[in-house]
Write a protein that binds this ligand. Structure first.
Ligand code: PMP
Length: 353
């Protein structure tokens, strides 16, 4: 049967997620594991969102294909009209629909490594012509090409944490292709590019997975031009969001204060961890997201393994295109988790010399 499988992307290696808690417990015999590898909100979702999720029990009924009340609340949150909002199973789901709509074999897709790996996966699946865009020493996109069908801008960028310059993004928009702006981490940052969604060729995507603490429920949304919404509704899967997820997202938007409080804590801790890691002599980059990008003097795999022995999982970025085998990404945890991280980093640096 294997001979029936011919698509070139199927020859690629499958996505390897970070190590999970159970693996680390068993492999290293540690009792408590701190996971700082997937940029989740360590304070979790609003209790009101969790309650709304739990209360829904009509699980034999299909969810609405078009969750109007949620879209109305997203419209209020973003300041864009309901006719401009679409939802999907995370930004992952939204990206998938955008690739389905626009990208055929050989179409030029601009990607600026190092960045979120799923962009590359979708470009491969679509047999696109991936055009790699350079970044400067602060990881900002510089001199992007003018010819493309789709350009992907991640701001703040995963894994480097920096925002993109508005004038560079505007120059991409002026070239006329579709510009997809991924703002997964925007709530942790000081600046948004959402106002650029006024242009007819811009999509700004966001998620409930990060600041809102609902990663497990897979809820994303995007502000799109009105003409694109029609096509999006044709390209999306019929029921991208479950009703418990819709209810939780609505409740989360009714409790913005909770989200803002947790974001505030994360930002304060980000500053503290940043300074402490720099004091240890590490090369840490300024971040506008809920993680820090660190360039080590030792191999990232050894550094990560030593931390796992101490029950801490961070992200080894050596597999990210555009990263070296000395790059790691550390999500910001709760204060007490960060304390343990900092102490362990000190020990690991001594062990590795
Ligand atoms: N974009 C970026 C930059 C991300 O880091 C992630 C999650 N790791 C996603 C999108 C996917 O988010 P979601 O959970 O909404 O699919």
């Amino acid at each position: 049967m294997n001979s029936l499988v011919k698509k070139p992307f199927l020859r690629l290696k499958e996505y390897v997620p970070g190590k999970d808690e159970d693996y680390v417990k068993k492999r290293y015999g540690v009792e408590k594991v701190i996971k700082l590898a997937s940029n989740e909100n360590p304070h979790g979702a609003s209790p009101r969102a969790i309650q709304a999720f739990r209360e829904y029990d009509r699980l034999h009924i299909y969810p609405p294909s078009h969750p109007e009340e949620l879209i109305q609340k997203i419209s209020e949150y973003t300041g864009f009209e309901e006719s401009r909002i679409v939802v999907g199973a995370g930004i992952d789901g939204i990206l998938e629909a955008i690739f389905k709509i626009f990208i055929d074999k050989g179409d030029r897709v601009l990607i600026a490594p190092p960045t979120f790996p799923y962009y590359h996966t979708l470009a491969e699946i679509s047999s696109a012509d991936t055009v790699r865009v350079e970044r400067d020493e602060n990881f900002m996109i510089s001199n992007p090409p003018r010819e493309f069908k789709l350009a992907i801008v991640c701001s703040p960028n995963n894994p480097t944490g920096n925002l993109e310059r508005e004038e560079v993004v505007r120059s991409l928009i002026d070239s006329g292709g579709i510009v997809f702006i991924d703002e997964a981490y925007v709530e942790f940052s000081s600046r948004t590019l959402l106002h650029l969604a006024d242009s007819e060729n811009v999509v700004v995507a966001r998620t409930f997975s990060k600041a809102f603490g609902l990663a497990n429920l897979r809820i994303g949304y995007a502000v799109v031009p009105e003409w694109l919404r029609k096509f999006y509704l044709k390209a999306k899967t019929p029921f991208p969001l479950s009703t418990p997820a819709i209810k939780a997202a609505e409740a989360a938007l009714d409790d913005i204060e909770y989200m803002e409080k947790t974001v505030d804590k994360v930002r304060k801790e980000r500053q503290r961890v940043f300074s402490a890691l720099r004091k240890e002599g590490l090369e840490v980059f300024p971040s506008e997201a809920n993680f820090l990008f660190v360039r080590l003097k030792v191999e990232s795999s050894r550094f990560c393994e030593e931390l796992m022995k101490r029950g801490i999982i961070i992200r080894d970025c050596s597999g990210f295109e555009g990263c070296s085998n000395r790059d790691v990404r550390i999500s910001i945890g709760k204060k007490e988790e960060n304390d343990i991280l900092l102490q362990s980093v000190g020990e690991v640096l001594e062990v590795l010399g």
